[in-house]
Design a protein around this ligand. Structure first.
Ligand SMILES: Nc1nc2c(ncn2[C@@H]2O[C@H](COP(=O)(O)OP(=O)(O)OP(=O)(O)O)[C@@H](O)[C@H]2O)c(=O)[nH]1
Ligand SMILES: [Mg+2]
Length: 454
């Protein structure tokens, strides 16, 4: 039996859908989950291959995190032939992330891409052709989801990294020649060349590292908050973007009382759209709480879409919202253009002191496309799936890129201190090694890796 540590991963696509399935596999699975999962029966009492309802809580704080369904499966009749637990979470990405963090905190390791399938293969559960078929299936599913854009970009990322690593390896070769044939002239020329090349590679790595914050947005989704005074069409906009009647829409001001969240895909970018209660002064206790929540949501937003209505124009309540979104990434959407003529719209535009003003008639599905274009343009240049830019989206990758940069810095300072050329090779090797860990080139059984990395 092939033995490994316990691993866990989210096995449903990231950023889409309300339910996420976290899969844990390995000897520690039952033990770890039993410490986080509370239900009418204890983990020991729960029969294998049955589903149990319960709650996930943080054992450090005792706080309940989510209501879940837990599926316990004892080996060997499981996908990996190890003890497996599946946790079906209901609370969206933030909650799923918290549950995963707890699992990792207890010593479970994040699974590499394709690792569950790899274990199934190594434990003789499936043969290689089946393993490859599963990976193909997973790949084809991913293509349809918003993750397509991400994996597309990741393909380019590995090309970029392979090229940079190739440059480092080439430098090492140059140095080796110089060291093996220590002829003074050559050393000096090579030394300068190595120094210049290292600086160049470092620049490119730094540029890559800088893309991480945007890459993270792409992976985790943008938080977009729709805010504005009551009855301007905020909930209508959420429904239109989501393509469903997620939120209640009526002509009564103050319809939405609570935060409503929906995950949507905007031009390939996963986004969490948050509809909020209409902002106005109110004596109603429930509505007041809703308004407070709206302001809180504005604080946490990556982007605020402030909706105003063309028929009423800008009134006192709008001023308050405009005040609240100041200094944050925002755009103003003038809705209900069907109720106003051009000169009225231009008049409203003149009164607004914001960078981006768009127009829409949400009820007629006009202006939505333009809004989506603007959003994707704000976060990325153009359509993300056509974007040529290489983005770093993964925290592990980011930390390895940082390490590679540090190693190059070491090499450069050795140069500055006048160290001989062969003294810097270790740092260059380290840098190449870190980059190789991202692409998998540093992993010995390259064949297996090729098959199992998705
Ligand atoms: N004429 C017109 N009416 C619209 C448009 N968009 C929304 N409405 C109407 O405006 C009214 C209010 O829409 P909602 O989406 O509920 O507005 P809201 O901003 O969410 O309102 P609160 O939840 O009360 O803050 C409804 O009757 C909608 O049908 C539009 O483009 N044109
Ligand atoms: Mg509403």
């Amino acid at each position: 039996m092939y033995y490994e540590d316990t691993i866990a991963a989210l096995s449903t696509p990231y950023g889409t859908g309300g339910i996420g399935v976290i899969r844990v596999s390995g000897d520690m699975s039952f033990d770890v989950v039993s410490k986080l999962f509370r239900s009418s029966k204890s983990m020991d009492e729960i029969a294998s291959h049955t589903v149990s309802y319960g709650k996930i809580f943080d054992p450090w704080t005792n706080e309940v995190i989510d209501e879940v369904l837990m599926l316990k499966m004892k080996k060997p009749n499981t996908f990996t032939r190890e003890d497996v637990v599946e946790i079906h979470c209901h609370g969206g990405i933030v909650v799923i992330n918290r549950v995963m963090e707890l699992i990792f905190k207890m010593g479970v390791r994040p699974a590499d891409a394709g690792e569950f399938t790899k274990r199934a293969f190594l434990n003789g559960r499936i043969d290689l052709s089946q393993a490859e078929a599963i990976i193909d299936l997973i790949n084809s599913k991913t293509v349809e989801s918003s993750k397509a854009a991400v994996s597309h970009l990741e393909g380019r990322l590995s090309n970029k990294l392979k090229a940079l690593r190739g440059d480092l390896v080439e430098l090492l070769a140059h140095i080796e020649v110089t060291v093996d044939y220590p002829e003074h002239d050559i050393e000096e020329i090579t030394g300068e060349k190595v120094y210049a090349s290292l600086k160049q590679i470092k620049e490119e790595l730094l540029e890559l590292a800088r893309t991480f914050s945007r890459g993270k947005l792409l992976r985790e989704g943008i938080n977009i908050v729709i805010a504005g005074k009551p009855n301007v069409g905020k909930s209508s906009l959420l429904n239109q973007l989501a393509g469903s009647t997620r939120a209640i829409v009526t002509d009564i001001p103050g319809t939405t009382r609570d935060i409503i969240e929906e995950y949507v895909n905007i031009k390939g970018i996963p986004a969490k759209i948050i509809d909020t209660a209409g902002i106005r002064p109110t004596q109603d206790v429930v509505e007041r709480i809703g308004v407070d929540k709206a302001f809180k949501a504005i604080e946490d937003a990556d982007l605020i879409i402030m909706v105003i209505a063309a028929d009423t124009g800008i009134v006192k309540e709008d001023e308050e919202v405009l005040q609240g979104i100041r200094g944050k990434k925002n755009l103003v959407l003038i809705n209900k253009t069907d109720l106003a003529d051009r000169s009225r719209l231009d008049e409203i535009r003149k009164q607004l002191d914001v960078d981006i003003i768009l127009e829409a008639s949400v009820i007629n599905d006009e202006g939505i496309e333009g809004l989506e274009d603007k959003i994707s343009e704000l976060f990325f240049k153009g359509d993300i799936s056509k974007n040529e830019e290489v983005l770093l989206t993964n925290a592990r990758h980011k930390s390895l890129v940082d390490k590679a940069i540090n190693a190059i810095d070491q090499a450069l300072s050795s140069f500055d201190m006048g160290m001989p050329l062969d003294m810097v090779t270790i740092d260059i090797k380290n840098s190449a090694e870190y980059i190789g860990q991202i692409t998998g080139e540093s992993i010995d059984d390259a064949v297996l890796h090729n098959i199992f990395s998705l």
